[in-house]
Design a protein around this ligand. Structure first.
Ligand code: SF4
Length: 118
């Protein structure tokens, strides 16, 4: 028996999973179908949004950034290594796209978390 808390909404259902060969066979205690979807993704292909900072040459030395979409969990360190190579040398606005297609992944861009004028 495996337990997993669904984080798809504040209800936080404590689900009971049956897993076989890395696949979710059944889900119990979920109050809605989103729980099953979340369980399957979390067990079979977990993903995370990366939030971190990149260096700048500007008045503020670090710019908070996040990925526009969750990245495959097994590639987290590859993404962090790629992001660590980025240095910002011109003003940015919150929401600006800092980099596109990180590691070649379509739809995974890097987004500025704040505005830095100079
Ligand atoms: S299973 Fe449904 S009700 Fe329960 S936490 Fe997930 S989304 Fe919310």
């Amino acid at each position: 028996m495996n337990k997993l808390v669904c984080i798809a909404c504040p209800a936080g259902c404590e689900m009971i999973l049956e897993i076989k060969n890395g696949k979710v066979i059944s889900v119990k205690n979920n109050k809605c179908p989103k729980g099953s979807t979340y369980a399957a993704e979390e067990i079979e292909s977990p993903k995370r949004v990366i939030t971190t900072c990149v260096k700048t040459d500007l008045s503020v030395k670090w710019l908070p950034v996040k990925t526009s979409s969750p990245v495959p969990k097994e590639k987290l360190f590859d993404f962090l290594a790629e992001i660590s190579k980025i240095k910002i040398s011109k003003p940015v606005k919150a929401g600006d796209k800092i980099a596109e297609k990180l590691l070649g992944f379509e739809g995974i861009d890097l987004i500025a978390g704040r505005t830095i004028e100079i």
